[in-house]
Design a protein. Structure first.
Length: 453
């Protein structure tokens, strides 16, 4: 709906009477409203048609007709109407009522100044009269005081007559104060104590005065001890640095310091990052179970972060996995990954991971230790026990390498809002293959997320 303000803006724009700010406002209005564009086009077309009309000269008697019409509509003054009666044939003319305009009385600007000057003059005159009366009264106290013009100070023999009369009231004299005598044991400050005279008399030196140290001559500072504090910095490396062995060794050393870790992989393309992680896991011998719902959400762009959980890799094997991922990322352009950030798992991360998996993975649980029966029969030869262990390992499957498994699920970057995925078929396969965590394995949650920029 077109408002009066909008119509005025469009009309002024057609007439070319807009400022720069109003011109930008009209441009935004025409770009956003089809109705405004239609109204603007109509007014513009009307303006062009009016401009195209031919110019016609006015009639010669136009001025005389207008002035005669104005004279016929002009009201007759009331005073003249009383003196000259109106003819009956003329229709009565309605007399306009006089408009009474009330004007606010303006106070002259000089009035406050005049009032203030009058008050100042009154105060000054009163003060002058008051002090003049006081001087006149003081002079009247001594009738022998000569006029001021005859004063010659102490050289005048008549100076005694200038003093006040003897009959004047004398001021009261102050009462003398009695000062207490100093005690007999009084010792002056900064003087040596009196010591009886004798042959072996040694004079006692006064105590040294305290010197206030200044900025430059304050003496030596007291001995200060500094304690060595080890500051642990978070591990942060570009993923491309894992092409070298130095970054792999540093990551393996970092992962061996705490029982569980969270590794953030910053990615520019989450879907491409999951595909590269699949190829790297296959090259590193890791069976990665990828949730199908997560892939669908990444394709629809309803999810922009994923989490990979594994507890079947050691610290060196994890470093090798990221080296494989760096090699896969180097094959594509532009690169999908940016940097890698490793920190110990926090309590909030553990809570969100439990809600996502649907069970407690036991991040800080001690791994199971294989128990071996070391009790043997002393009458039984050692070779027979070794043969029994070999047969048992073949029959029970012990001694096989541990299967490296991991699972990839959707992840919510907002702490405290996990995405529960306990019904995922891939997650159930991971749990079925999980088994007991072996010694030396590091539980790790790898969060693939977009960068902070």
């Amino acid at each position: 709906m077109m408002t009066d303000d909008v119509l005025q803006l469009i009309t002024a724009g057609v007439d070319g009477e807009l400022t720069a700010i109003e011109t930008r406002r009209l441009t935004r209005l025409l770009n956003s409203s089809a109705e405004a564009r239609a109204v603007h086009a109509k007014i513009l077309a009307d303006s062009k048609r009016l401009s195209a009309l031919p110019r016609v000269a006015p009639p010669a008697d136009l001025h005389a007709n207008v002035m005669a019409r104005i004279a016929s509509l002009t009201p007759i003054p009331t005073r003249l109407a009383k003196l000259e009666p109106r003819p009956r044939s003329v229709q009565p003319v309605e007399v306009a009522r006089p408009v009474i305009v009330t004007r606010r009385r303006q106070t002259s600007s000089w009035v406050p100044v005049a009032v203030a000057a009058s008050l100042l003059l009154c105060v000054t005159s009163g003060s002058f009269l008051f002090f003049s009366q006081q001087n006149r009264t003081a002079s009247a106290r001594n009738v022998n005081r000569p006029p001021p013009g005859t004063h010659k100070a102490a050289g005048d023999p008549e100076w005694a007559k200038w003093l006040p009369a003897e009959t004047a009231q004398r001021p009261s004299a102050p009462v003398p104060r009695e000062h207490a005598a100093p005690p007999e044991t009084y010792v002056a400050k900064n003087t040596l104590p009196v010591v009886p005279a004798g042959d072996d008399v040694v004079a006692l030196a006064p105590e040294p005065r305290s010197v206030r140290p200044d900025l430059l001559g304050g003496g030596f500072l007291p001995e200060t001890r500094f304690d060595m504090v080890e500051v642990r910095l978070p591990f942060l490396k570009p993923l491309a640095a894992f092409a070298g062995e130095e970054a792999q060794e540093q990551l393996a050393k970092e992962l061996s310091r705490d029982p569980a870790y969270r590794i953030d992989l910053f990615s520019r393309n989450p879907l491409r990052a999951v595909e590269l992680l699949r190829e790297a896991s296959k090259a590193a011998g890791v069976n990665l179970y990828v949730d199908g719902n997560t892939i669908a959400a990444l394709q629809k762009r309803t999810v922009n972060a994923t989490v990979v959980y594994t507890e079947s890799l050691t610290a060196p094997e994890l470093a090798t996995l990221f080296a494989k991922l760096s090699a896969e990322d180097a094959k594509v352009s532009p690169h999908a990954f940016d940097s890698l950030h490793a920190t110990p798992v926090s309590q909030v991360d553990g809570t969100d991971l439990r809600s996502t998996l649907g069970f407690d993975p036991g991040l800080f649980k001690r791994p199971a230790v294989e128990k071996t029966d070391r009790t043997s029969d002393p009458n039984k030869p050692l070779s027979s026990g070794t043969a029994d262990q070999i047969v048992k390992s073949v029959l029970t499957g012990q001694g096989k390498p541990v299967e490296k498994t991991a699972v990839l699920l959707s992840w919510n970057l907002v702490p405290g809002r996990p995405i529960g995925q306990a019904n995922s078929a891939e997650l159930k396969q991971f749990v079925a293959k999980r088994g007991e965590r072996k010694a030396g394995m590091v539980p790790v949650m790898i969060v693939i997320r977009p960068g902070n920029n």
